[in-house]
Write a protein that binds this ligand. Sequence first.
Ligand SMILES: Nc1ncnc2c1ncn2[C@@H]1O[C@H](COP(=O)(O)OP(=O)(O)OP(=O)(O)O)[C@@H](O)[C@H]1O
Ligand SMILES: [Mg+2]
Length: 450
Amino acid sequence: MKKSASVLIVEDDEKMRDLLRKIITREGYPVEEAANGDAALTLIEKNVYDIVLTDVKMPGLDGIELLKEIKKISARTYVIIMTAFGTIGSAVEAMKQGAYDYISKPFKLDEIQILIRKILEEKALRQEVDHLRKEVRRRYRFNNIIGKSKEMQEVFDLIEKISPGKSTILIHGKSGTGKELVAKAIHYNSPRRNKPFVPVNCSAIPETLLESELFGHIKGAFTGAVATHVGLFEEADGGTLFLDEVGELSPAIQVKLLRVLQEREIKPVGGTQSRKIDIRLITATNRDLHEMVKEGTFREDLYYRLNVIPIHLPPLKVRTEDIPLLVRHFLTRFGKENQRPEMTISREALHPLMNYSWPGNIRELENIIERAVILCKENEVTRDDLPPHLLQESADNRRGPDLLHLSLREVEMAHIKRILESVGGHKMKAAEILRIDRRTLYRKLQHDDA
Ligand SMILES: Nc1ncnc2c1ncn2[C@@H]1O[C@H](COP(=O)(O)OP(=O)(O)OP(=O)(O)O)[C@@H](O)[C@H]1O
Ligand SMILES: [Mg+2]
């Protein structure tokens, strides 16, 4: 893939300017020109350039002064200074002021090409390092998503299928069901894995700032915009942008997002120039967007653009078979973190976890296990280490819903199971309470398995 960079040439000598434009255009980069430092500054205040190639000696604002201004407005821009023969002093000064490099005139044509390529490589590297630094302590590989339930197996299959592509994905699920985890799994299993994964929580950013956060702004675009700001869309260039809580977007931002998705380019607030961007978009919501479309609070056209591939993450209470696995996963993790590598959980403590309704889903389970690992006395989590409200609710749930729709056999089995649970699975004791002999109990249980 060809890397792209926008270049501004600042040179008062027209012939020289033409020559430079030809060389750089031939390399395939978009080029703009300015005949002096002041004209350049006007452009720089309106647009974001990756590279500014400037002459030192110019009437008005000279190259070094221009460099200082650029550093104030847009620190990410690479500046190359062109010095004339015998002005090595200004080259030294330029490097001190933060120029990326200098070339002395006359130069060979390929010097410029090599320099630009070098900058692009460095830019990509810098982007990657920034991003690795942020991610290094996190674990978001596919095998960190736990689940053997049919529902989760379907999610895994889907992640595998869609990761290699670029299609837009909408993840729907209640709070704490793993939406962000799935978004990351898709990114890290995609060819974009070495580029940034940029998560944005739309509901956490005030509406007035959201546009500039997403699309960036130009210096002076509004009061307080003292420097050019690169938006999150651009930060995610080449990678994945994850827009969380997308149901919270205001109508005004919905329109802007729709336009970006249609054009695949962004325009910073206050800017005149659009920039192409290459991102994969994943959005998530815990709201029913379809319902919101019907109510008229979410744009239908945007909904269809976002909902190209839907993924639904079911709440934990409908996949109780995943609970023991998740408990073990978190015991191991928090055990390690707390220097208790051999953590286990007692049967009596597991039961209430299976009967609880988990309104906060996996995040809640994660928190409860973390707390229990810290509280427990030995290396075993017991009932006493679980929060009272959880024990209470799960006991209420176990007392059961009404039995009116159950058959006699089902009522019998439900009763047997309750008794068994109450004695921690001890069959002798259960048989005693039920006043049947042990073999009868075994037979009834076997019958149930069949
Ligand atoms: N299947 C899973 N296996 C292991 N850990 C999980 C799983 N699902 C979620 N988690 C963990 O649960 C926590 C919540 O997950 P995540 O932040 O992805 O949820 P979310 O749906 O984005 O929640 P919210 O709507 O509150 O933002 C995270 O710490 C995540 O690592
Ligand atoms: Mg989330």
